[in-house]
Design a protein around this ligand. Structure first.
Ligand code: XMP
Length: 311
């Protein structure tokens, strides 16, 4: 038996041992929660409901991509559009930790609604080792509260099952590939674009960042083969306006930072020494296709001291 098959069996055994009734699972479309949804559904079948919450903070076409995987693996699932609720809960909030806590609580509220309807007793989560290590789960102080750990309300009335808790990203990739799931998926934070919109979050800003993010992803994918692609490549919308020029007119527009990052497990890493021509194409497309943006910067911070996400 190869290593991935053994790990898969361990996860399945863990789920059989802990999931004693109906369970609900939040799948964000990321590698971790997608793997968990597929494995748990192999074990629990219709006893498991997989929920994809459209927070309004997902990337372009994320919902459609995830739906195709759910259909292919015949999951019992629901796609819930809760975007209006998230945007209204986040109105006026600028503090990063507060945003994460609000999103965490909102997620649980939506789940609890869905799970009451489904009659679930268990909440399955795709938390992996770096998530809880960095959330102060052991001896370390809280670095950032990852929403799937630090943001859980105390009074949650679902029993938590975390079958991937001891795994790292490379384990997840191996098992996913063994199950023929897409592995060319960048890690994507639970709070989504919220941790990449600095300052207040609005639907308009989320739409703008979605469009900019799609450009970064498209250009990196066009230029680099899957095995050459960095750990993550995305954009951050900054609350900074600067002067620019369009034709012979001065303009006052927004700023984005492009973050392209190399890492093995997300715990540490370095900024990617991206080819200048590629950076040029990214920058030119961003400003051509989004007239509100007139400045593109490149983040050259390693981790530590910077985290990968900006919030
Ligand atoms: P940071 O920004 O802490 O991120 O260097 C390390 C890795 O974790 C991802 N990340 C998250 N993943 N929920 C997640 O499941 C979260 O709240 C979250 N925040 C950050 C980040 O994208 C990077 O890959």
């Amino acid at each position: 038996m190869e290593a991935a098959e053994r790990s898969l069996k361990e996860i399945e055994d863990f789920i059989s041992g802990h999931l004693k009734g109906k369970g609900i699972l939040a799948c964000s479309g990321g590698l971790d929660s997608t793997l968990l949804a597929v494995v748990a559904s192999r074990v629990a079948g219709e006893r498991l409901l997989t929920v994809f919450v459209d927070t309004g903070l997902m990337r372009l076409n994320e919902k459609e991509r995830v739906k195709a995987i759910f259909d292919k693996h015949k999951l019992n699932y629901r796609i819930v559009d809760a975007s209006e609720e998230f945007f209204s809960a986040l109105r006026g909030v600028t503090d990063p930790e507060t945003k994460r806590k609000i999103i965490g609580a909102k997620f649980i509220e939506v789940f609890e609604r869905e799970s009451a309807d489904f009659g679930a007793e268990y909440l399955l989560q795709g938390t992996i080792a770096p998530d809880w290590i960095e959330s102060g789960g052991s001896v370390r102080d809280t670095i950032k509260s990852h929403h799937n750990v630090g943001g859980l309300p105390e009074n949650m009335n679902l029993k938590l099952v975390e079958p991937l808790r001891d795994l790292y990203k490379d384990d997840i990739r191996e098992i996913s590939s063994f199950l023929d799931l897409p592995t060319d998926v960048q890690p994507y934070p639970g709070p989504g674009l919220a941790v990449r919109i600095i300052g207040e979050i609005t639907r308009k800003k989320a739409d703008l960042l979605r469009s900019v993010t799609a450009i970064v992803e498209e250009e990196v994918r066009k230029a680099l083969l899957p095995e050459q692609r960095p750990w993550q490549y995305f954009a951050v919308l900054l609350p900074v306006s600067t002067t620019g020029v369009h034709g012979d007119k001065r303009t006052y527009g927004g700023t984005v930072a492009v973050r392209v990052f190399n890492s093995i497990d997300g715990m540490s890493g370095t900024f990617t020494r991206l080819d200048w021509e590629l950076l040029d194409r990214i920058s030119t497309r961003i400003t051509n296709e989004n007239k509100e943006i007139n400045r593109v910067t490149y983040d050259i911070t390693n981790k530590p001291p910077g985290t990968i996400e900006w919030e």
